[in-house]
Design a protein around this ligand. Structure first.
Ligand SMILES: Cc1cc2nc3c(=O)[nH]c(=O)nc-3n(C[C@H](O)[C@H](O)[C@H](O)COP(=O)(O)O)c2cc1C
Length: 172
């Protein structure tokens, strides 16, 4: 490591970015919107809106999600080690808003079925990816869960998007 890089690592040349500024900057990266569903060992169903989701590997088939340690859903991932990524369609903004509010039974008035891994599969999405947790990584105020894909399905529909703090649809 050169002296210059040591200095940068020590924070001499740059102050750590403010969290609100980081949120604003990251909001410029347009994403789809998912609801990550899971369950507690008691069988209680949980779900949270998430856009920190990405494909990692094709062989083996791996994806990752980042979950806030303060989320009510957080214990699910340790307890049962399963999750399903539900990719929202452009007419599901209300579903995204519902699952972005912490706590309570979010599945009231939501149409779903239970998948092979035990987690809910929401109806009306453009696809779902059923996973089991194979690795866990420390990620500051979040934990990164690497999931092996066990089953997945899609249908032909248009995605809900999130950009600069607002919901969007494809412009074409
Ligand atoms: C568009 C959008 C994306 C979000 N992405 C994430 C995410 O990737 N990870 C996360 O932990 N929370 C994310 N959140 C926040 C959670 O949805 C929110 O904290 C939710 O209340 C957690 O639910 P719970 O506490 O019932 O588990 C996102 C919220 C929105 C609106």
């Amino acid at each position: 490591m050169t002296k210059r890089f040591d200095s940068i690592r020590a924070g001499i040349f740059s102050m750590p970015i403010d969290k609100n500024e980081l949120r604003r900057v990251m909001g410029h990266f347009a994403t789809g919107v998912t609801v990550i569903t899971s369950l507690r060992s008691s069988g209680e169903l949980h779900g949270l809106t998430a856009n920190a989701f990405t494909s990692v590997s094709l062989t083996p088939p791996l994806v990752l999600v980042c979950v806030d340690k303060k989320a009510e859903s957080y214990p699910c991932f340790e307890e049962t080690g399963v999750f399903t990524v539900n990719i929202l369609a452009d007419d599901q903004e209300d579903v995204s808003r519902k699952f972005a509010v912490s706590g309570g039974n979010k599945f009231v008035d939501i149409s779903y079925r239970i998948g092979a891994n035990g987690a809910p599969i929401l109806h009306g999405t453009i696809g779902y990816i059923e996973c089991k947790v194979v690795s866990t990584y420390e990620g500051g105020d979040h934990t990164v869960y690497l999931g092996e894909v066990e089953q997945a399905e899609t249908r032909d529909a248009r995605p809900l998007l999130f950009f600069r703090g607002g919901y969007r649809a494809l412009g074409d």
